[in-house]
Design a binder for this molecule. Structure first.
Ligand code: ADP
Ligand code: MG
Length: 480
């Protein structure tokens, strides 16, 4: 715990590398972490579990926090450690872990002692950067997609924590393979790139070779190898990496030979203790069309989903992106307006913000709510289109060739009951109506009937590919 003299490494993101780590910065960061945590978990839980946390300090990349009893320590570790870690990581790039221990040190004013001084950094080794196989693939990594530009909130914190964990310690028990899934534009590729960036940092103690590519690219390369009779070289290359990352795996569905090759590569790597990271638009069990054994293997490590964003997360993302641009202040009202209007996909949200910023820069005018509405009216109009339950009923009835009145009738014949269930399922997915509200629109049915319909349809989607395609098609028609 003593100051080890000079040669301190950069410990705080917001100061130059050579400056002495400032206790006040750490204290300020801690205050923000606590504040965020408090806002997230609510006053009651915060007071019950978290208020007694005392920050001991930062040593190397580890923050130590103390709690006065073992019970509190265990509770906070199992319920809040991931979040605490994510919040700290968002505040301070040097932090990778948060250690929660038992102790009764007093919180000193302004943090005071004991602050653990970061250990000296190992000598930089510019001559031997991380061994990167397949540089061409890594050349495709987007420099904007790193951990510190990823905004963490409830919907993505678990996936984020898993990604960080894998970047920190590839191939650790329980995290291999890491399967990230979620809808379009929710950050899968961003997290994949962030892992790859982290793993290939030249400052890493142990060099790691990484291959990152989309499943589509994997397939093209495999087919190319088949054509040029160089499959052996391809196999060797793929099996020679420490970490293999395949983005958008759903692309391999129905591509039998490529799927087979991926499976063998996958097994070879896992057996030799290497890390696999995969992303897809659905969970392993919902990826119908994937071979059973592939699916099983994919699901046996850590499966983490990126949920649809919440309003709060969208606002935070916009705030972060606005701050990173040099657009000057954008009124909070405008950010909230966008977060309210564009809900489906972070990419579109970003696109809208970029347009505002470009416009403001070009014309040197401040961004206001009025100018936003004017400038983005086409995007906003597209997002204004809300699907109604009536529309869903009409489209589904049409699709299955049944009478619209049977959506609300008491008939229970399979030919009408199943489409009705599909319509209920879509109503739950595509509208913000509650289960009882949906039930009422379907001939005054009970909310448990709707609930049953939703789980039945979800089950069928998982097990019946043709059915899944059908529902997907209907959803697309309704959303367009
Ligand atoms: P996906 O691969 O899931 O379709 P991407 O990772 O390509 O989505 O994300 C789409 C865009 O949204 C990217 O520009 C990405 O940086 C951004 N994005 C998504 N989620 C976040 C987040 N939590 N924080 C910051 N940016 C995000
Ligand atoms: Mg993607």
């Amino acid at each position: 715990m003593s100051d080890s003299g000079g040669n301190k490494r950069e410990a705080f993101s917001d100061q130059p590398p050579s400056a002495t780590p400032d206790i006040h910065i750490l204290a300020a960061q801690w205050a923000r972490v606590r504040g965020r945590l408090q806002a997230e978990v609510g006053e009651l839980d915060y007071r019950t579990w978290l208020r007694q946390m005392v920050l001991i300090g930062l040593a190397e990349d580890e923050i130590t926090v103390e709690l006065p009893s073992r019970f509190l320590r265990d509770w906070v570790t199992s319920h809040y450690q991931a979040r605490l870690t994510a919040l700290w990581q968002a505040e301070n790039r040097a932090v990778r872990r948060v250690e929660i221990s038992v102790g009764t040190r007093q919180p000193a004013p302004g943090l005071a002692e004991p602050l653990v001084v970061p250990a000296p950094a190992p000598e930089p080794e510019p001559a031997s950067p991380a061994r990167v196989e397949d540089r061409s693939e890594l050349g495709a990594l987007d420099p904007r997609f790193k951990f510190d530009s990823f905004v963490v909130g409830k919907p993505n914190e678990f996936a984020y924590a898993c990604a960080r964990r894998v970047a920190e310690k590839p191939a650790s028990q329980g995290f291999n393979p890491l399967f990230l899934y979620g809808g379009v534009g929710l950050g899968k590729t961003h997290l994949m790139h962030a892992i790859a960036w982290d793993l290939t940092q030249p400052s890493r103690a142990e060099p790691v070779s990484v291959a990152y590519m989309s499943a589509e690219r994997f397939m093209h390369r495999f087919i190319g190898a088949l054509k040029s009779h160089s499959t052996l070289a391809f196999k060797e290359q793929m099996r020679g990496v420490d970490v293999l990352m395949i983005d958008d795996l759903q692309f391999l569905i129905n591509k039998d030979a490529t799927q087979e090759e991926f499976f063998h590569t996958f097994n070879a790597l896992v057996e030799s203790g290497k890390q696999i990271v995969v992303s897809a638009d659905k969970s392993p069990s919902d990826l119908s069309g994937l071979e059973e054994r592939v699916r099983t293997r994919l699901g046996c490590g850590m499966v983490a989903d990126l949920h649809a964003t919440t309003f709060e997360l969208r606002v935070s993302i916009l705030e972060a992106k606005a701050a990173a641009s040099n657009a000057g202040a954008i009124p909070m009202k405008v950010l909230e307006f966008l977060a309210h209007k564009i809900t489906s996909n972070v990419r579109e949200l970003e696109g809208a913000l970029n347009r505002l910023i470009a416009h403001a820069n070009l014309f040197g005018r401040a961004i206001t709510l009025e100018s936003t509405q004017e400038l983005l009216h086409d995007i906003l109009k597209a997002h204004d289109r809300r699907v109604t339950i009536e529309e869903i009923q009409r489209k589904v009835a049409e699709h299955y060739n049944m009478r619209l009145t049977d959506m609300t009738s008491a008939r229970r014949a399979r030919a009408v009951a199943r489409p009705r269930q599909v319509a209920m399922y879509l109503a739950k997915q595509l509208t913000s109506r509650s289960l009882p509200e949906i039930g009422r629109k379907f001939g005054n049915r009970d909310h448990t009937t709707v609930m049953h319909a939703c789980s039945r349809v979800a089950e069928l989607i998982a097990t019946d590919g043709a059915f899944a395609d059908d529902v997907d098609l209907l959803r697309r028609m309704l959303e367009s």
